[in-house]
Design a protein around this ligand. Structure first.
Ligand code: SF4
Length: 213
């Protein structure tokens, strides 16, 4: 399973990539999702945020991070002092994985096979973006980018050299890029103490803001 064969080799715009992703059958997740949810943001973003997968709202709207977790992330970006005009937001997996319980669609974490299958889209996005900093949001994105041994809770909030820390760094055609891992904004929504979790997310993002000065 891989998205690789669906990626136009000569694509040089996000619109081309997004149009091709709409026809991706690189894994089975397209079958039950409403539509593909591709990344969006500044075409020459300095900071790229990579989350796990679209949620229920994103699946219906076809846009990433437009549900509750997305609103929280945008507020955290603002509170950290990062200019929203220089960011691009995407996910490690681009179709919504869920299970039906009655009429409710319950989020299911994508498996390693989905993360691996979808990874060529991330590589293609990075190829156009060439960002300075990649913010890895949560464990699934960390698995896709930093390898299965990486632990967000242990290494969050620290800028790391890229590609030294990355999985298959040769895939990513970028120089002098850095990565920073932090929790996924949905983890803030689930936290017992949301204020503490939110402030932790903002503190991590302030490290990015400072680096951009
Ligand atoms: S999740 Fe990724 S690899 Fe799977 S069908 Fe969707 S775009 Fe293709």
């Amino acid at each position: 399973m891989s998205a690789q064969e669906f990626i136009p080799p000569d694509a040089d715009t996000f619109d081309e990539l997004k149009a091709a992703a709409a026809g991706c059958h690189g894994c089975e997740l397209y079958e039950n999702a409403t539509q593909v949810v591709f990344g969006r943001g500044a075409p020459h973003a300095r900071v790229v945020f990579v989350g796990e997968q679209p949620g229920d709202v994103e699946d219906q709207k076809g846009l990433p991070f437009v549900g509750p977790a997305g609103h929280l992330l945008r507020k955290a970006v603002d509170d950290a002092g990062i200019d929203p005009a220089i960011i691009y937001i995407t996910n490690a997996v681009k179709h919504f994985r869920y299970e039906l319980r009655g009429k409710r669609r319950i989020h299911q974490t994508p498996g390693p096979q989905h993360i691996t299958a979808c990874r060529p889209w991330l590589v293609a996005e990075f190829g156009l973006l060439k960002p300075e900093i990649v913010v890895v949001l949560g464990a699934s994105a960390a698995k896709a980018l930093l390898g299965p041994a990486f632990r967000v809770t242990r290494s969050r909030g620290t800028l790391m050299p890229w590609p030294a820390s990355a999985q298959h760094p040769e895939d990513f055609p970028v120089d002098e890029i850095q990565a920073l891992a932090t929790i996924h904004p949905s983890a803030v929504l689930r936290a017992d103490d949301r204020d503490v979790a939110y402030n932790g997310l903002v503190d991590d993002l302030k490290v990015v803001a400072k680096q951009l000065e």
